[in-house]
Design a protein around this ligand. Sequence first.
Ligand SMILES: [Zn+2]
Length: 508
Amino acid sequence: MHKRTSWYSLFILVCLPIFLAKADAPADIKAYTQANQAQILQDFKALLAIPNISAVPEDMFKNADWITAYIAERGFTSEVVTAGGAPYILAEKKVPGASKSILIYAHFDGQPVEPSNWATPPFEPTLIDKPIELGGKPVEWDGKAPLNPQWRLAARSAGDDKGPVIALMAALDAMEALNITPSVNIKLVLDGEEEIGSPTLEAILKEHGHKMDAELMLFCDGPMHPSRIQQLVFGMRGSMTLELTTYGALSPLHSGHYGNFSPNPTDRLMRLLTSMTDTDGNILIKGYNDQTRPISPAEQQAIDNIPNIDAQLRHDLAIAESLGKTVRVEEGVLKPAIIVKGFQAGGVGSQSRNIIQPEATASLNLRLSAGQTPAFLREKMEAHIVEQGFVITYDDPTIEMRRENKLLAKLEWRPGPYPAFRSEIDSPEAIKLTSIMDSLSTEPTILTPTLGGSLPIYLFEEALDMPIIILPIANHDNNQHGRNENLRLQNLWDAVEIYAAILSEYDR
Ligand SMILES: [Zn+2]
C-alpha cells in the first residue's frame, strides 16, 4: 500500500505536470496573453514611438539600444554590429538542456513617412477601431475589458516589422510565468536596414555568420494570407532590372517628311519587347527557363490546399481574365516573369507632337524563380536581343555606331539583382513546424511555396546551411510601407501563441 502510494505520488509529481503542461499549454498561453494585453501593448507602443527610418543612423541606434535592453530582461545576450551601415542586432538566449537552436529574423527599420498623409502621427502609436480607409477612427481603451481584437495599433512599422520582437518576448514571458522551458536555444538576427535592401547584410554575414548556426531559420516578416489562416511561406521571387533603349535618327524628325523613310525607335522597341513573351506572359527567350526549378508534387499539393482567392482577386482588381487563364496566383509567382514596367518615347495628349523620336526606352523588371541566376538570365536575354538583329552597347552609342548599325540597343543592367530562394516544403523541419502550427488551429496551416515579393533572403541561404521558412504574422491589410500602417491586435496575440508553441514544442 505504502509502495503503491509512493509510485502514485511519483506519477502525479513527475508525469502529470508534463502531461498537463503539454495538453494545456496553448490555452494557458492564450490566457496569459489575454491577462497581460495592456503590458504587451504598452511595450509595443514604446518601441513604435522610436522613429526608425534607416537613413537616420542615430534613430536606428536608439532602436537597437531599446531592443537590446528589452531582450536582455529575457535572458538574451546581444551585440550591436555594423558593416558601415545601419546596426544589426545579433542575440542569443541559451536554454539549459537544449541541443538545437532556432534562428529568428526580423527587421526594426521602416519606410520613410510623410506625416501629413497619415490620419494619426506615424510615431505616436494610436489605437484605431478599423482601417482608416474603411472609416477607422482613433479609440480610447478603458484599460479594463479585454481589448477589441479587431482594433489595430497604427504606427510606422506596426505591421512591418517591429511586431515579432514584442510578440516573441511576450511569448517568453508567458512561458516563464507558466514554467514552460523553451525546447531550443533562440538566436536572433535583427536587421536595421531591410527597407533599403540590407546593403551591408552580405558583409555582416561574412563576419558574423558563424554565430548564427541553427537547425532552422524563421524569417518573421511580411503579410499573412487574406483568409487570416496561419501560414508558412517557403520562398520569394528574385528580381532584377534592365533599361533598354533603341535608336532612330540623331534628332527628332517631322513624321510627315520622314515617315516611311527614317526608322522609328518606338516601333523597334515594341517589337523587341513583344518578342520576349507570349500574350500569357510565358517567356519565349531561348534557354531562359532552363534553370527554373519545377514545382514539386508537395508544392503542387500545397497550392491545391490553399483557399482559392483568384475569382475574388479578379473581381477586386477588375480584370476579366488572368494570364494563362487557369494559372492560380500562387502558381504564377513560381514562374519567371518579364514585366515592362515603364516605357518612354515621346509625349501623349497635350504633349504629343508629330515627330519620330530619336530614341525609345523601356524599363523591365525580371522576376526570377528558384534556381535561376542573374548572370545566366542576363546571358540569355542578351543572346535573344542579338538574335533579333540588334547590336548591343552598354554606353550611349557614338554617331559612328549609329551610322553603321541598323539596329542598336543600349542595355543598362541595374546593380543589386536578387536571386529567388525556395526551401523544401516537405523537409523534416518544415513538417515539424507545420504540425506545431496545425495544433493551434482548426484550420490546416496554409503552406505557400513562394510569395511574389523579393527579400535579401538568398544571402542567408548562401551563407547559412539551414532551411529558411517565412512565418508572417501581420494582417494582410496592414498598409505596409504606406500611410496609416497598422497591426490588428488579434494578429499580435496570435503571434504570441505561435511563437510560444514553436519554442516549447520544436525539439520536445
Ligand atoms: Zn518587412
